[in-house]
Design a protein around this ligand. Structure first.
Ligand code: ZN
Ligand code: ZN
Ligand code: FE
Length: 787
């Protein structure tokens, strides 16, 4: 009789929640909310999200239940959609958590790894907590490894690298106890049953007795360089305050200038040594725990000057695993904490691999036996105009998708990204799932990393069939070659600078005509030339019209000149010499040495002769309009950087020495040719040479140079607005990593009522190319689906 009454009074609702709802304590959370509302039913994880079934008498209690889900959801979770509908009545006696079910081909978003939460931090520092005091793998449903340990979906322990650790009796109790913070925490572990740390020397022999973390702290304090196996790979740690240790690390890592990332124990010292605003501190201390670029205070340093040299910014992060937190219990000062790799190779992730790769760098290794399934670098961000701007997207950020305005339905697009700072991207429905930072695809290790990550994403996101593959126009790019070998999927090519702008249009959901400045170092253009200062008008249908760029010049010897800015300076001077010599017998090297006597020590007359020949014959020397090379040339002329030891070094040097108070700019001449604005960069170089001969300091010249580029962008934007009534300006490409330039452009354009857009969610550098490629492929091939 009771049963029948039940049926009359009760209705069953099915609630489907999508978003990041797996591996973030969502099911236990739903369990607690259901208990609070005294609702019977069940919750389960599926490959498409979380499904809840509840019985309730009135719709208003359903509303209250859903309100609570939205407002009280666990910190690391992100709800994309909540849908509910009535379903045929089901009988529930209580509320239960069901096992994960595998369902159709729809895909589930996967949580990035999450920094150690407050309660777990209390556990590891609580002497009375016998199982977790100093236990370095402590985690819960609100924190710990996720993406790096998942082999397959749905996210359950047997599908992770934790499968080999059998839960002890107490861990199992927590795991099965709904009110517990560790209820269904898949990586749950304790000192009895979980992974273990070990400190070994460079021969792989265990070293020291007692706690390996305390021993590691002692070694670091003694000046040793230690590799630490972290969430997504090895990090190399050493005393950041010691000139001797930091310069030794630079020598061993063969990294003369590129700044190192640094870890501080807490926000206190960060505020003391850096000009950090509240937003910066918030990002730093967030569960994503990225490296945040912070401006150094002028006269208050703690780090060795070898950490960042002339750079005004340092990349700072806070501890994000129990290993880091415990280490900082025994170390006061900041630690250099750099990726465990050799130059641009991928981060080392396995124990044996690390000995092999890092043996010339590290003295000791703090290793453990929890395997890393996916390598995952630390992410790098900065705060720009109060918003996070991601410069390297990995831990804490990927594979969280970027939502698009366009929905491609049940099609799948793969884009394979750029040659440098590679990422790839899957586009499904209206989601762009962008891989973590993979790096420069110019060595076998990186290419292997690309391939294994690609197959991992296919697995995790249930991608069986790829309809369309987008790659760069350059046929020799490693990613293009991999793409051409993939079996399924029609292939399409997307030009590099168009992809940069499309990434801005995609992430900002722009549905309007824009004028875009795509400024960077290198990208193959439609005409086989190396572009890099491209200005496009892009209409709603994604028709790109190239409306301007710098003048064309030769890049003598190709790649070698990208590495050596002084060769680019000599190239600019060649064209001036050609114009000026008019019958004079002055040889090219003499001309150079007369203008710039210091070049006698930089380039031999033989090399200058060779450059002259390369320009004349164009042998192995493409034509370029690169803005990056323009910066290179000026940086060398100003005697700042003559050789790039890392990408963008010469330009960064200019930004850093710029005297920010300097007003004024150089005259800008724009020539019209075939309906295009050709910017006369030689005219600007001539004015810079005048300033140099008048002994104007490099800092002032550099500031004027930045002002000139800003004015150039403003002038061209104004002209285009007048001609075509376009008010939206997009800025993308590696040149806009330059904070000074970006700041100046945003403010001068906004002052003139332009709407200005750039990349925030994906890197403005080539890390964002994959998003742009995928978006262009989507618009061009699946029209009519823009929502
Ligand atoms: Zn926790
Ligand atoms: Zn245990
Ligand atoms: Fe680029």
């Amino acid at each position: 009789m009771d049963k029948i009454l039940n049926q009359i009074n009760h209705t069953t609702y099915k609630i489907e929640i999508s978003g990041i709802v797996q591996g973030v304590g969502f099911r236990p959370f739903i369990y607690r909310i259901a208990a609070k509302h005294k609702l019977n039913g069940a919750v389960s994880n599926t490959t498409e999200g979380v499904i809840i079934k509840i019985n309730t008498e009135n719709p208003s209690s359903l509303d209250l239940f859903i309100d609570d889900i939205n407002s009280l959801k666990p910190g690391p979770s992100i709800i994309e959609t909540i849908r509910f509908k009535k379903i045929p009545y089901m009988d529930f006696d209580d509320f239960t958590i069901k096992k994960s079910i595998k369902t159709s081909e729809r895909f589930q978003l996967i949580s990035p790894d999450i920094a150690t939460c407050g309660p777990c931090l209390e556990d590891i520092n609580n002497k009375n907590n016998s199982r977790r005091y100093y236990y370095p793998f402590t985690n819960c449903t609100n924190c710990g490894p996720r993406f790096t340990i998942i082999k397959r979906m749905p996210y359950d322990r047997p599908q992770t690298t934790m499968a080999k650790f059998k839960l002890c009796k107490n861990c199992l109790l927590e795991y099965n106890d709904p009110p517990d913070r560790r209820f269904h925490a898949q990586p749950n572990a304790c000192s009895v049953c979980g992974p273990k740390l070990m400190l070994v020397d460079s021969n792989g022999e265990k070293t020291g007795s007692g706690d390996p973390i305390i021993n590691t702290a002692k070694l670091i304090k003694k000046g040793k360089i230690v590799a630490i196996k972290s969430l997504g790979g090895f990090q190399i740690a050493c005393d950041g305050t010691s000139d001797k240790v930091v310069s030794e690390l630079r020598r061993r890592k063969r990294r003369p200038v590129k700044p190192f990332a640094v870890m501080f124990g807490g926000t206190g010292p960060v505020k003391k040594y850096y000009e950090a605003c509240s937003k910066e501190i918030e990002s730093l201390a967030s569960s994503r725990a990225p490296i945040v670029l912070l401006r150094k205070k002028k006269n208050n340093h703690i780090l060795s000057r070898f950490v960042s040299f002339y750079n005004l910014y340092e990349g700072i992060m806070l501890p994000y695993t129990p290993i880091h937190h415990l280490l900082f219990n025994h170390i006061d000062g900041p630690l250099v904490m750099t990726s465990g790799n050799i130059s641009e190779e991928p981060i080392a992730a396995e124990n044996i691999e690390s000995f092999e790769k890092l043996k010339s760098i590290c003295d000791y290794y703090l290793i453990h036996n929890r395997d890393i399934y996916s390598r995952y670098d630390d992410s790098v961000i900065k705060i720009f105009n109060g918003r996070e701007m991601v410069l390297r997207r990995a831990r804490g950020y990927s594979p969280y998708p970027v939502k698009l305005k366009k929905n491609i339905g049940n099609k799948t697009i793969l884009s394979v990204g750029a040659q440098e700072k590679n990422t790839f991207c899957f586009l499904k429905k209206n989601y762009a799932i962008i891989s973590q930072h993979i790096g420069d695809l110019d060595n076998l290790e990186s290419i292997d990393f690309f391939k294994s990550t690609l197959s991992n994403y296919k697995n995790l996101f249930n991608i069986e069939n790829i309809d369309l593959i987008a790659c760069d126009c350059h046929p020799d790019h490693a990613s293009s070659r991999i793409a051409s070998k993939l079996k399924s999927g029609q292939k399409t090519r997307v030009q590099h600078h168009r992809a940069h702008l499309a990434s801005v249009i995609a992430e900002n959901q722009i549905n309007d005509t824009v004028c875009g400045f795509s400024w960077d170092g290198t990208g193959l253009g439609d005409d086989g030339k190396i572009w890099g200062s491209e200005i496009f008008v892009v209409d709603c249908k994604f028709k790109f019209e190239r409306v301007g760029h710098l003048s064309e010049k030769i890049l003598p010897g190709g790649r070698i000149t990208i590495k050596k800015p002084y060769r680019m300076a000599i190239t600019y001077l060649y064209y001036l010499w050609e114009k000026e010599k008019k019958g004079s017998k002055e040889k090219f090297p003499e001309f150079i040495y007369n203008i710039l006597p210091s070049y006698k020590n930089i380039a031999s007359s033989i090399e200058i002769d060779t450059i002259e020949k390369q320009i004349k014959t164009q042998y192995n020397s493409p034509v370029t309009t690169s803005m990056g090379r323009f910066f290179d040339a000026v940086s060398s002329l100003l005697d700042l950087t003559h050789i790039n030891t890392f990408e963008g070094e010469a330009a960064i040097h200019m930004e850093m020495v710029s005297d920010e108070g300097t007003k004024g700019e150089y005259r800008i001449e724009i020539n019209r040719s075939q309906n295009k604005a050709i910017i006369d960069d030689f005219g600007i170089i001539t004015q810079i040479l005048e300033d140099i001969s008048n002994r104007v300091p490099a800092g002032r010249i550099s500031a004027k140079f930045h002002n000139t580029l800003t004015k150039m962008i403003l002038n061209i934007s104004q002209e285009i607005r007048k001609e075509r009534d376009i008010n939206k300006i997009a800025l993308s490409g590696g040149v806009f990593q330059n904070n000074l330039l970006l700041k100046k452009c945003f403010s001068s354009l906004r002052n003139d009522s332009f709407e200005v857009f750039s990349n925030f969610m994906v890197p403005v550098n080539d890390g964002g190319i994959s998003l742009g490629q995928a978006y262009i492929a989507a618009i061009e091939n699946y029209p009519g689906r823009k929502e």
